[in-house]
Design a protein around this ligand. Structure first.
Ligand SMILES: CC(C)(COP(=O)(O)OP(=O)(O)OC[C@H]1O[C@@H](n2cnc3c(N)ncnc32)[C@H](O)[C@@H]1OP(=O)(O)O)[C@@H](O)C(=O)NCCC(=O)NCCS
Length: 181
């Protein structure tokens, strides 16, 4: 879906939220390569991001052309700061009430309330669209994300032990969380 550009104020900083556009493709590849290297809490290592401008453009177009998914970008004083996205968990009538959410910011834009702003806005959007529950996974140890999700009413419903295996041989589990909208 398309999110028309909207502006917010966050402690005096100008925040723009809008959906991704095809011309953002290269910027989004850079973002993915950077944020996956800045935290161990995302789903892969930076060298596993092998997207091309063409494949990323196709991915963006697929999101803007469909009703059940959105890539929301945030810009802080004009600089790309991070993304929050949702997609329907399934298209069948039995699954269509559920969405999966994800969020990741560049490290330099964490800790200033942007995650709270973006997640809050995303939850408004999915609720307005009639979805009944939002779901996400958070890696064990990601206290900031866990706290953020809890503060929006997500509750833990289960854990998958050893969901991540890191290159150094250590593991981390995943916590599954749900918020009923
Ligand atoms: C997780 C993430 C989205 C949170 O966004 P953020 O903008 O940094 O978070 P905010 O500044 O909005 O703060 C969120 C809350 O966490 C709290 N918090 C900050 N650090 C914390 C910590 N170490 N432990 C517990 N809570 C913490 C803040 O106080 C705030 O709570 P409050 O509003 O009750 O005071 C962001 O840090 C990020 O993108 N991290 C890297 C990628 C990632 O982990 N993504 C999530 C994958 S599940």
């Amino acid at each position: 879906m398309i999110l028309t550009e909207e502006t917010h104020d966050l402690n005096g900083k100008n925040i723009v939220l809008r959906s991704a556009r095809p011309e953002d493709a290269e910027q989004l590849i850079t973002y993915l390569k950077t944020v996956t290297g800045e935290t161990e809490f995302l789903e892969c290592e930076p060298d596993e991001i092998t997207l091309t401008k063409e494949s990323e453009t196709e991915f963006i177009n697929d999101h803007t052309g469909a009703d059940g998914k959105l890539i929301m970008l945030a810009f802080v004083d004009g600089e790309h700061a991070g993304n929050c996205s949702f997609h329907e968990i399934g298209r069948s009538r039995r699954y269509k009430h559920r969405v999966s959410l994800g969020i990741a910011l560049y490290e330099k834009f964490t800790g200033m309330g942007l995650g709270k702003l973006m997640l809050g806005r995303m939850l408004e959007i999915v609720k307005e669209k009639g979805y009944e529950q939002a779901e996400l996974t958070v890696t064990e140890g990601n206290e900031k994300a866990y706290h953020l999700y809890q503060s929006f009413g997500f509750t833990e419903v289960g854990r998958i032990p050893k969901a991540n295996r890191y290159d150094n041989g250590t593991y981390a589990g995943h916590i599954y969380m749900v918020k009923y909208l």
